[in-house]
Write a protein that binds this ligand. Structure first.
Ligand SMILES: [Zn+2]
Length: 404
């Protein structure tokens, strides 16, 4: 064998040793066909990362009767730990399409450009796999996972009187027989005519989460879901050595159509608050996202928020922990968008619990619901990729550089 042959063979074996999935030929291909395809791709990425980096750990948390899995891949800092990025998709199952697309984009286009000497990356695929597979937001127990995260079970004793007062209007009983029905009309009447419900009180009553009605909207559960416990345990273990943590939880639905809302949290120590104001201050940032604190109009503080968990786990004053919900708006957060959203949530929940009058009604209600969290618009999807990439590339690199 001559030198050229030796080199060629060496190169071939090196290339086959790192089976990196090829970059999507068409960026729109980042959006997966369904949960199974998304999971299979994530596992291929995990294999490639394990071959490329030292100490990569993968876990699969089995969830529910169908035994679907939350898959996680942790790439530790290769030298010594300083900054950690946590990137999660599918917290609200049906929102997993966009979340998975951005995780794939991150792995293909951003991760290879990061110096991982002092930076670790934890990727969580489909926090709610059952919801992703069946295109529901909640788990198979009808639990909104993003109202289910806390370190104390006191969460489940929380009262939401606003929800209780509107409960009858939100929880319809009996099969959905008309796809065009407008169950939110009574709410609209209360807002516009009786004026005893305001947009903000409605937003809070519904959005905040409730712990009294298992068949209702945004039910936070009566105990922790299994993946809640598993994720908290994983975060507590892998994040512990990192003095600076940036946690990005990927969502779709809420907010202005086509706009990426970077939703910040109230719960953080002084060091984190100062770091956060420096992090979201780039010259070009405004072109890519809107910084949306919980008190912003049309938004609200939620109970049991997953993105708050690292700050709760690591409250030490010298630790920087920034958790955000990255929310890609789909229908708008004005009155119109809100009513459309609530209307679809009510009908889909009713159909799930009581069934549908006929197959056409079922298909239409499910199609409208899917559109709310995974719009078919090519323009919307391109915006998710462009603005998501800015967040996961430019902003993530800024975070790393600000915590040397
Ligand atoms: Zn969501």
């Amino acid at each position: 064998m001559n030198l050229l042959q030796t080199l060629t063979l060496g190169l071939i074996s090196l290339l086959s040793f790192v089976p990196a999935p090829s970059r999507a030929a068409n960026p729109a291909d980042y959006f997966p066909k369904d949960y199974d395809a998304s999971k299979a791709r994530f596992l291929r990425y995990s294999d490639a990362l394990r071959a490329k980096y030292r100490g990569v750990e993968t876990e699969a948390f089995t969830v529910g009767a169908e035994r679907l899995t939350v898959d996680t891949t942790f790439v530790p800092a290769q030298d010594s730990p300083r900054t950690l990025l946590v990137l999660t998709s599918g917290n609200h199952g049906a929102e997993g399409y966009a979340g998975s697309a951005l995780q794939a984009l991150f792995i293909e286009e951003v991760l290879p450009t990061l110096d991982l000497a002092h930076t670790g990356v934890l990727l969580v695929h489909a926090l709610n796999p059952w919801g992703f597979k069946h295109e529901r937001r909640g788990t198979e127990n009808n639990v909104n996972l993003n109202r289910n995260f806390d370190l104390s079970r006191d969460l489940f004793a929380t009262k939401n009187e606003g929800y209780d007062q509107l409960r009858e209007l939100l929880e319809l009983r009996g099969p959905v027989t008309n796809a065009c029905a407008f169950p939110a009309k009574d709410l609209l009447w209360r807002m516009l005519v009786r004026k005893d419900v305001t947009q903000q009180s409605l937003t809070e009553a519904i959005g905040k989460g409730q712990y009294t009605s298992p068949e209702g909207i945004n039910y936070g559960g009566h105990d922790f879901e299994s993946q809640t416990t598993d994720m908290i345990r994983l975060l507590a273990r892998v994040a512990a050595p990192y003095p600076a943590i940036f946690h990005v939880d990927l969502h779709t639905g809420l907010g202005k159509k086509g706009v990426l809302h970077v939703m910040t949290k109230k719960e953080m120590n002084e060091a984190s608050r100062a770091a956060q104001s420096k992090l979201f201050a780039g010259r070009d940032d405004a072109a890519h996202y809107e910084l949306t604190p919980p008190e912003a109009e049309g938004f609200y503080e939620i109970l049991g928020d997953y993105a708050n968990i690292p700050a709760k786990l690591f409250p030490e004053p010298n630790r920087v922990v920034i958790g955000i919900t990255a929310e890609f708006g789909t229908v708008g957060n004005g009155l119109g968008g809100k009513v459309v959203t609530i209307n679809r949530l009510i009908k889909e929940n009713e159909g799930y619990l009581y069934g549908y009058g006929d197959a056409r009604t079922e298909a239409k209600v499910k199609r409208d619901f899917r559109e709310l969290f995974f719009p078919s618009s090519a323009k919307w999807r391109a915006g998710v990729l462009a603005n998501g990439k800015y967040l996961l590339d430019t902003v993530v690199k800024r975070f790393i550089s600000q915590h040397p």
